[in-house]
Structures are given as C-alpha cells and as structure tokens.
Ligand binder design. Structure first.
Ligand SMILES: [Zn+2]
Length: 228
C-alpha cells in the first residue's frame, strides 16, 4: 500500500467548492473572477467553469480535463485561465492544486510590477519565500501560461503583472493558504511603507530562518532580500 498521492474526484470537487467560497468571502474575487483546479491523476484535473461566481458554485458546474485541455466530464465551459493551470501542472508533477484570484493588495503590487521579495515577517521567509512578478500577458492566452511557467519549480506562487496573483501547492487548500499568505504579506508591506518603514530583517536573521525550512517541510520558495 503506497501513500495516496491524488485526491479522489469527490474530495477534489469538495475542496474546489470550499476554496471558492473562501476566495469570495475574503474579497479576493469580484464578479466571476478567479479560478481553481485540483489534479486527480498524472494527466487529469477538475477545474472551475467560466462565467460563474466562485463563491456560489455547485458540483455540476465543475469540469474535468486532461492536461492538453480536452474536456472529459462536465457541461460548463472551463475557465479561460485554465491553460495557465494546465501549464503549471505540466511544469511540476508535485503540484496538485492551483488557485488564481485578484486579491486587492496583491493586485496593487502586480499593477506596480513590484515583487514581494524583501524579508519583513518570519513565517513568510520560511513558508513563502519570494513571490516574483510574471510579466504582462493577455488573459486566457498561452502567453500567460508562458509568463508563469519559469517560476513554478522554484517558487510557491507569483504575481501576474497588471492582473492578480496565482499560487500552487500539494493540494487546493495548500494553494489557497499560500494565496492568503501572499495577500497578507502584501498588506503588511503596504502598511509598513505607509508608515515610512523600509526595514527588512538582517541577513543573519534570514539565514537562521531558512534553516527551519526542512523541519517545516518546505522545499522551495527562494530567499527574500535582507540588510547587513
Ligand atoms: Zn484573473
């Protein structure tokens, strides 16, 4: 008996609906924005439909696709951003969940083209690392998938320039939690800059925090900038 790597269809769908409700309740999506997916085998995922509020989805609205984008189950049209999701799964076999939304403070950093790359908070250094900016690309295109692909192996998420944010992980819930952490850290950084504070932690502090990563089960994320 090996460890079960993938969720079954029912668990994947349940997590997508729950994560969609939380995105909506937190104000991370306006109107029908955002999209979520969960991988259930090497080559298949469940994904959200387009044109539907992600806070009020039912199971029947979800769509099963292969990684080439062929619809296997479901009657709704998959989200226009599904190509970005499929590309992330192709890049990283360990990724089992992807969540994309437009959380407002993250979106402001994305609009400014500013990565979240300075070390301000301890847990962010250990768990999240650097959140880079994937360069401008039209929504729903292969160019958007191409802009994110280079970051998938080394990071836990990315800002999408002039668009929003995306996070990935070992489950839909882990991807959602990372997206929440991205927005939280963007918010703290915004407050700090409003207070006129430009005070990242020291390089020695960062080094000590990075040593916690193996113990915390963190394998990547890049190293945020500090000061001497
Ligand atoms: Zn979007």
């Amino acid at each position: 008996m090996g460890i079960q790597k993938y969720p079954d269809d029912a668990a994947a769908k349940r997590d997508i609906l729950e994560a969609g409700r939380r995105l909506y309740q937190r104000g991370y999506v306006a109107a029908n924005d955002g999209n979520l997916s969960a991988r259930v085998s090497d080559n298949t995922v469940w994904a959200t439909p387009s044109g539907v509020s992600k806070g009020f989805m039912t199971e029947e609205m979800l769509v099963k696709l292969d990684l080439e984008g062929n619809v296997l189950e479901g009657t709704y049209k998959p989200s226009s951003e599904i190509r970005m999701h499929l590309r992330i799964y192709q890049e990283a076999p360990e990724v089992l969940g992807v969540v994309h939304a437009h959380p407002p403070v993250s979106a402001a950093f994305a609009a400014a083209g500013l990565p979240l790359d300075t070390a301000l908070l301890q847990e962010a250094v250990v768990l999240l690392g650097v959140i880079p900016v994937a360069p401008f690309a039209l929504p729903g295109t292969d160019a958007l998938a191409d802009s994110v692909a280079p970051f998938v192996g080394d990071y836990n998420g990315a800002l999408l320039e002039h668009h929003g944010a995306v996070a990935w992980g070992g489950s839909v819930m882990q991807a959602l939690h990372r997206l929440e952490s991205i927005e939280y850290n963007a918010t703290v950084r915004m407050y700090a800059s409003m207070m006129g504070i430009e005070r990242p932690m020291t390089n020695a502090q960062i080094e000590a925090l990075l040593k916690l990563r193996p113990e915390w089960g963190v394998t990547g994320g890049g190293v945020p900038k500090g000061r001497d």
